[in-house]
Design a protein around this ligand. Structure first.
Ligand code: NAD
Length: 440
């Protein structure tokens, strides 16, 4: 099939690459000429495991192309995926300017039937706005052309995006147009061959499903983070509690980890947007407001622990920071807890030596000008000359470090672990002062 993907970010590029891998002819469009330049030169502008190989293979096979040319891109695909960003507006609602710009571009240049599929995370009712924007442009041109609008929210996880796209838990399609439904079924058939995991529903329910999913996941995290604070007061270990409740199949183990808060490009903005949508609909979401407030607090939990140990004034103290990306296996720093931790400690005069396996270039960009912040080439190098270690992201390489070398490198032999990677008892036996989240 001929497919156009508008937006070559984390979602668009993975979508385009994986669809081309199944034999479709995909053209990816972006307004960012730098991204398109990198892609045309055989690279990828983001870190996503396994993605580069798929992109290169399909570019070589002539099934995957990149362009900044709107007209050519719109002309190409019968299916037009919109996968542009939907960042929070000032009032927390999703900013639809990029989605609607993409829709208008389609309406302005299309010359035949299109199925316009919204893959961006968008508030309920956006499908109608996309329809109106396209129709508006057609009216302006004074021509009549048939088109359908569908919603196909994306559930991939950064860091495992290729695997998630190739083997989805489910594919949600919101549409009322039979041609759109048939095309989407055909497009996704190779990804769900053995289990029919496509759920076809109305547009609004599909749009809502994405927010409901992220709201549920964020709720589980904030729930555990709040319980972790109580566990600390009561002398209980939240890790044992987690195992105790996760084994109940009604609860399950996923997304039950206490830590230093959720971040990334989705949960914070989607929780905010859903709160806004609900308020506008006259049905405020009290639970989700608390989820957000708990998370904002939790991003400071490591800072609170450092201040409790060293005092408010941190001039003369040096901290190693392991992990900058909002989660492992990505270079994404959007709303990453590390940004709050680093800003707060730097404000108090601390020196920070940060290490991340892939996110350092992105950190250099978003944290430029932070006083006292420097970067190390390895986890080990970050420890050199530091008083204590702060762990913010749970990269695998941090899970089993050389504990003795770690202890000897740190002047105060102290670890603040925002991801509960280590056993408190083991750390104590090694002579390391250990501060986890919700642990005795
Ligand atoms: P991103 O910022 O990485 O990528 C968006 C891309 O769209 C950018 O490259 C930008 O230049 C491009 N763009 C903007 N306007 C354009 C236009 N008019 N024409 C062509 N290109 C345009 O964003 P992302 O992380 O890929 O997220 C995209 C959407 O998918 C968002 O709504 C997000 O909430 C949703 N989503 C993201 C994830 C994730 O893990 N990142 C997962 C599921 C859903």
């Amino acid at each position: 099939m001929k497919v156009t993907v508008i937006g070559t970010g984390y979602v668009g590029l993975v979508t385009g690459a994986c669809l081309s891998e199944m034999g479709n002819h995909v053209v990816c469009l972006d307004v960012d000429p730098e991204k398109i330049r990198i892609l045309k030169e055989g690279g990828i502008p983001i870190h996503e495991p396994g993605l580069l190989e798929i992109v290169q293979r399909n570019v070589a096979g002539g099934r995957l192309e990149f362009t900044t040319d709107v007209e050519a891109a719109v002309a190409h695909g019968t299916i037009q995926f919109i996968a542009v960003g939907t960042p929070p507006d000032e009032d927390g609602s999703a900013d639809l300017q990029y989605v609607l710009a993409a829709a208008r571009n389609i309406g302005r240049t299309m010359t035949d039937f299109k199925v316009i599929v919204d893959k961006s995370t968008v508030p309920v009712g956006t499908g109608d706005k996309v329809k109106a924007a396209v129709q508006d442009e057609l009216d302006r041109r004074g021509i009549r052309l048939d088109f359908a609008v569908a919603s196909n929210p994306e559930f991939l996880k950064e860091g495992a995006a290729v695997a998630d796209f190739m083997r989805p838990d489910r594919v949600v399609v919101g549409a009322d147009d039979e041609r759109a439904i048939l095309l989407m079924k055909a497009l996704y058939a190779p990804f769900i061959r053995n289990h029919d995991r496509m759920m076809v529903m109305d547009l609004r329910s599909a749009e809502f499903t994405k927010y409901a999913a992220n709201a549920m996941l964020a709720t589980r995290i904030s729930f555990m983070n709040e319980l972790a604070l109580v566990a600390e007061k009561l002398g209980a270990d939240i890790e044992l509690v987690r195992q105790g409740i996760g084994s109940d199949p009604r609860i399950g183990f996923h997304f039950l980890y206490a830590g230093c808060g959720y971040g990334g490009s989705c949960f914070p903005k989607d929780v905010k947007a859903l709160i806004r949508t609900a308020a506008d609909a006259g049905q405020p979401l009290q639970l989700l407001q608390a989820v957000e407030a708990v998370n904002d607090r939790q991003k400071l939990v490591l800072v609170d622990k450092v201040v409790a140990r060293y005092g408010e004034q941190l001039t003369g103290k040096t901290f190693a920071v392991w992990g900058l990306a909002f989660k492992p296996n990505t270079d994404d720093m959007r709303d990453a807890p590390s940004r709050v931790v680093i800003a707060e400690l730097a404000r108090r005069g601390a020196k920070l030596q940060a290490y991340d396996p892939v996110a350092v270039p992105e950190a250099q960009r978003v944290l430029a000008g932070t006083p006292g912040l420097s970067y190390a080439d390895s986890a080990r190098a970050a420890l050199e000359g530091a008083d204590a270690l702060i762990i913010v992201t749970e990269w695998k390489e941090f899970r089993t470090p050389d504990f003795e070398a770690l202890r000897e490198s740190l002047a105060d032999r102290t670890v603040f672990d925002g991801r509960n990677l280590y056993e408190p008892k083991l750390m104590r036996s090694l002579g390391i002062e250990y501060h986890g989240i919700g642990r005795p």
